[in-house]
Design a protein around this ligand. Structure first.
Ligand SMILES: C[S@@+](CC[C@H](N)C(=O)[O-])C[C@H]1O[C@@H](n2cnc3c(N)ncnc32)[C@H](O)[C@@H]1O
Length: 290
């Protein structure tokens, strides 16, 4: 069963407005891995669980064609409205049933999304889609972001971590308290010999405090609280903002702070030998994923 926590139009719009795009440095790492493993040309990238398309857009300059897929029509509507690149297409479909031909993709990505999928089925689909020597890149970030604002950074980070902790009861049981082990399990289950696990890439993002609060309000756990008790959710968020402002000694919620986002990711290259080439020869035995 799909976990559909990203549906409402307002949620999709806040998603586009507040969620951080994957850093260019990380996109560059993925492209360098693909270049090294498979080489050019880079024809097709499929970005699964693309949401409002921030990551999909970053892939567009590097591929002939990029296809963003998502299960949520509201997210795709926002992605389409925001997309100016002529080589991006969006398709509504589950990550576990991707409506694309075998062996056509140079790159399959899922950015902050794979933890929501039926992971073994998604990995099988990614394997089916990839060309020989094509690459899979799964990236995400932890929610324990730190905040920097002069000498207040330490206390601000403590306040944030307490806030995340208070949201834990509203997190989906499916993803647990942190998604890192889910990605590690997927990584361990991947039989491709050429693969790399990257535990932590810290990226510092300057943004107004109000932008950070807006981002936190897009977290699925906050959305669950909002759905259950909107008054309590707004009180909770306002209290959080006021505590941060008070510690900063500021009254303007648009005061710029720096948010430290901790990314983790893994990259893997489908071996050429696993690929039988002709579609009629594709049997379950030729598939690497169980
Ligand atoms: C946290 S958002 C990430 C969006 C975007 N990739 C980003 O980096 O901001 C997760 C996305 O995965 C989508 N999603 C969740 N389960 C899915 C599934 N089984 N198949 C396809 N998309 C799914 C949700 O609709 C949502 O848009």
């Amino acid at each position: 069963m799909a976990h559909r926590r990203f549906e409402g139009k307002e949620h999709a719009a806040s998603y586009l407005r507040y969620r951080v795009s994957p850093p260019q440095e990380l996109i560059a790492e993925i492209l360098a891995f693909l270049e090294n493993m498979k080489g050019r040309p880079f024809d097709l990238a499929v970005d699964v669980g693309c949401g409002s398309g921030q990551g999909t857009l970053l892939l567009a300059p590097h591929f002939t064609q990029v296809i963003g897929t998502d299960i949520s029509p509201a997210q795709l509507e926002v992605a389409l409205a925001n997309s100016s690149a002529p080589n991006i297409l969006y398709r509504q479909c589950p990550a576990e049933e991707l409506p694309f031909a075998d062996g056509g993709a140079d790159l399959v990505t899922a950015m902050t999304a794979a933890h929501w999928f039926h992971r073994p089925r998604f990995l099988q689909e990614a394997d089916r889609l990839l060309k020989p020597r094509g690459c899979l890149a799964l990236i995400s970030y932890t929610l324990d972001m730190d905040l920097e604002y002069g000498q207040h950074s330490h206390t601000l980070t403590d306040i944030c971590h307490q806030f995340y902790k208070n949201l834990l009861p509203f997190r989906s049981a499916h993803i647990g308290t942190t998604t890192v082990p889910l990605y590690k399990q997927m990584y361990d289950s991947c039989p491709y010999p050429d693969k790399e696990w990257h535990e932590c890439l810290r990226m510092r993002r300057p943004m107004p405090l109000s932008g950070y609060i807006g981002m936190v309000e897009t977290f699925s756990s906050y959305r669950a609280l909002l759905k259950q008790d909107p008054v309590e959710a707004h009180r909770f968020s306002q209290d959080f903002r006021n505590r941060l402002l008070s510690e900063m000694g500021e009254s303007n919620p648009d005061t710029e702070i720096t948010v430290v986002v901790k990314y983790f990711y893994w990259l893997a290259c489908k071996p050429a030998a696993a690929w039988s080439g002709a579609k009629e020869q594709q049997t379950p035995q030729t598939r690497l994923f169980p």
